[in-house]
Design a protein around this ligand. Structure first.
Ligand code: C2E
Ligand code: CA
Ligand code: CA
Length: 757
């Protein structure tokens, strides 16, 4: 029997040694403490083994010393470990100092035992037919036991306390050790108070050591982990489904239960339900991530699916999980945002930027196909707003947008450019201008209480250069449209080479104007104005551009361009200055002639006409009466009251104001009653077509008569024949201008003409 225990103890010692070494090498910080504690268990077990094995008194005694001193060492190590394992720090940990002191005392008293025999003695007894040295304890031994029990109970208390205080899942790591300690304590107690020869408590101690080893270094609270993972999984916004290797759902979180419409616990229904929603996608094996859209239009739902296989160490599949994220809301918000950024709010059509982008895209995609862009403009849309209000204006725009939606076939890109203009891009073969003219050019906008006939004009640019930016393409289309803007009969115009040339020309001369003025390439030509007796009394200054490369340019080549872009103001100021200089020179030379200059309607936008003119005549010392100012009816078309005031002011300053091109407009007569002018320049041109017509003569006669009655001087321009001159004189006209007398000529030539007469 003793032999069996020797073997058991040897095995335990060996096992403890292995564990102690392993623990020492552990990367965990508690490893050292566990290791020391395991080492601490070895001496008492060894001591006991010696006692059992030996028959000699000396060796047995040695065994007892190893046993008791080892016990002290072990207790020390157990304390250290316990504090560590239970996480006791700070003040409480100071108690260790006291324990260490008491233990040291015990250690010392055992070292003194050979001399005083106060702790223990041995007595030989027979066991298994062999001598065994049994222990006889004295008070020193009692001190040792009290000490050990004290510490032991303190440790028990600490583990029990931690066990109670910790969450249930954690408690087990304390209770397991607590239990093994209690068992060890009981076994030891039995050994002490009964006549046992072998301390079987040593075996329990060793088991305790192994438990500590495991729980400190290897144990992971799986149930805790489970709980945590399950909690996290339930809280996830994604729907999570866990499947085993047989494709059976074993768990699903709350969102997943809702998504697959599972009743609690009916997880196995998940697979068929998912198949119903996601079709075959659900059965796709392996790791993947995919987007899925179910339904269409407003009912569309957007999902993001992700599947991951769970493999074990042998690389075979244990199961897998599927996460499904419902991104519908996100997607809708995104789409709404994108829609707002790319569409016009009022009409819902593409906005300009997006239209351009779409066109660029298309042209790039189909480089071999011919496309056209069309620019649509509503005629007098401002009028619609002014008369019917903005609300009706908006309504009209929406109606037009709807018309576009209906008429534009698939593959046609269209959108709203800005305010009342729309843009279209389509393959050239689909362009049917006649049809367009029919359906788009005129349509009735009608709401509950009013209706209005909208007229639209369309300009078309056939894309010959696809590298141009759509803005330039629409510019060209717009240009084509402008060419028919005021035409009531044509609705569609196509940008062509002539227009292109025109644009280039416009750019060409516009960039050169400043320099031309500086270098006096712009010169006044004078066309004589004669009185009824044929005497030259003055002249009209008409601009000519002596261009260094393009040669002689008459106003028709550049005046309309500058009237359009506003640069006419520079031309006019230059002409006024030149004219003033001539008048100043004439004054010195004693020539009593007047000069008339043209004032463009645009001038009023770009300068204070009145102060500029006053400043000029003052500067050159010219009499205001010698500078006549020609304005046209169009000047009065905007800001009429303000313009009337300006004209009155100019007349007060002494300028003579002439109404130019009278008769070419349509409100001429009406205008005369509101404004004050000195001279009426009647354009013969409008009568030319019906020269022999008696009616024309009657009209001319009445105009001259009327101006006479109003105290306004009549001047006829465009007089080309003696016959005309005589007739007009007969009618009472007092001033004349026209080729019959002279064309506009350079100043010197004009002066020579005057001198000859
Ligand atoms: P306008 O002011 O009506 O000038 C008269 C135009 O009729 C001149 O053309 C003149 O050469 C032409 N003309 C004169 N007598 C006859 C005639 O018997 N028969 C015909 N068929 N034509 C005649 P021009 O010089 O080419 O000027 C054209 C227009 O250019 C002018 O019309 C005027 O509106 C504008 N213009 C000319 N110079 C200036 C200027 O310095 N400033 C501004 N703002 N406009 C100018
Ligand atoms: Ca004129
Ligand atoms: Ca004229």
């Amino acid at each position: 029997m003793r032999f069996v225990f020797v073997i058991i103890f040897s095995i335990l010692i060996l096992a403890l040694l292995v564990c102690a070494i392993t623990a020492w090498r552990s990367k965990k910080s508690i490893g050292v403490h566990v290791s020391l504690m395991l080492y601490g268990l070895i001496p008492p077990v060894t001591g006991n083994m010696i006692i059992i094995a030996s028959s000699s008194e000396t060796i047995s005694k040695l065994g007892y010393y190893v046993y008791f001193l080892g016990m002290d060492f072990m207790m020390l190590m157990v304390i250290n470990f316990t504090f560590r394992y239970c996480g006791i720090h700070g003040q409480a940990a100071k108690i260790r100092v006291l324990v260490h002191a008491l233990m040291s005392l015990d250690f010392i008293q055992y070292l003194l035992n050979p001399f005083f025999h106060h702790a223990f003695d041995t007595q030989p007894i027979m066991v298994d037919g062999r001598v065994y040295h049994d222990l006889i304890s004295h008070w020193g031994q009692t001190y040792h036991r009290v000490m050990d029990y004290g510490i032991f109970f303190a440790m028990l208390f600490i583990f029990a306390y931690k066990g109670i205080k910790s969450p249930r899942i954690y408690a087990e790591r304390y209770y397991v050790i607590l239990t093994s300690m209690i068992l060890g304590g009981i076994a030891e107690t039995i050994f002490i108070f009964t006549d046992q020869t072998v301390d079987i408590a040593m075996i329990v101690f060793a088991v305790y050591g192994f438990l500590v080893f495991y729980f400190s270094l290897y144990y992971r609270p799986m149930r805790l982990l489970d709980r945590m993972l399950a909690n996290i999984a339930s809280e996830m916004p994604e729907a999570l489904f866990f499947f085993d290797a047989n494709n059976t759902c074993i768990w699903a979180n709350e969102p997943a239960i809702r998504l697959a419409n599972l009743r609690e616990g009916m997880f196995e229904k998940a697979a068929p339900q998912l198949k119903r929603i996601f079709g075959s996608l659900q059965q796709k094996p392996g790791d993947w991530k995919e987007n899925y859209v179910s339904g269409e239009g407003e009912k569309a739902r957007y999902f993001e699916l992700e599947q991951h296989m769970i493999r074990n160490k042998k690389e075979s599949v244990d199961g897998y999980f599927l996460s499904v994220r419902d991104r519908t809301e996100e997607q809708n918000a995104l789409q709404k945002e994108r829609f707002l950024a790319t569409h016009d709010r009022l009409t819902g059509l593409y906005n300009r930027e997006y239209l351009y982008e779409k066109i660029r895209e298309r042209l790039k995609k189909e480089p071999d196909r011919n496309y056209v862009v069309a620019y649509i403009d509503i005629k007098d849309f401002k009028l619609v707003n002014d008369i019917f209000g903005n609300e009706f204006g908006d309504f009209a725009l929406k109606q037009l947008a709807n018309r576009l939606r209906v008429e534009c076939s698939r593959g046609t890109i269209y959108g709203r450019l800005v305010s009342d203009t729309f843009g279209i891009c389509m393959p050239e073969e689909r362009l049917d201008t006649e049809r367009f003219a029919q359906i788009m050019s005129r349509f009735v906008v009608k709401n509950d209480d009013r209706s209005f006939d909208l007229i639209t004009h369309m300009g078309i640019y056939k894309i010959t250069d696809a590298t141009l930016d759509p803005s330039v393409m629409f510019d060209r289309a717009r240009m084509a449209m402008s060419s028919i803007k005021d035409d009531y009969r044509s609705f569609v115009a196509i940008y062509d080479d002539e227009m292109r040339k025109k644009v280039l020309w416009e750019r060409h001369i516009s960039t050169q104007l400043d320099q031309a003025i500086q270098e006096k390439q712009l010169v006044p030509y004078l066309q004589p104005i004669v009185n009824a007796s044929g005497k030259i009394v003055g002249a009209e200054a008409l601009v000519r551009w002596i261009h260094p490369e393009d040669g002689f340019l008459s106003p028709g080549a550049f005046i309309p361009v500058f009237e359009k872009n506003g640069m006419i103001a520079q031309v006019d100021q230059h002409m006024w200055r030149e004219t003033c200089q001539i008048l100043a020179r004439w004054k010195e030379e004693g020539r009593d002639l007047f000069l008339s200059v043209n004032i463009s309607p645009q001038d009023f936008y770009f300068m204070n006409v009145e102060s500029v003119l006053c400043e000029m005549v003052r500067k050159y010392g010219v009499e205001t009466g010698k500078l006549r100012l020609e304005i046209t009816e169009t000047v009065m078309m905007t800001d009429e009251e303000k313009r009337i005031r300006i004209l009155d002011q100019l007349r007060e300053d002494g300028f003579i104001v002439e109404m130019d091109d009278f008769g070419s407009g349509y409100s001429s007569m009406n205008l005369l009653k509101d404004i004050h002018i000195d001279v009426l320049k009647i354009d013969m041109a409008f009568l030319k077509k019906s020269e022999n017509d008696q009616k024309a003569k009657t009209i001319l006669h009445s105009i001259i008569h009327m101006s006479d009655a109003l105290g306004i001087t009549a001047l006829t321009e465009g007089v080309e024949s003696e016959d005309q001159y005589l007739t007009l004189t007969g009618m009472g006209c007092s001033l004349f201008q026209g080729y019959y007398f002279s064309k506009p000529v350079p100043v010197e030539e004009f002066e020579a003409m005057v001198d000859q007469a």
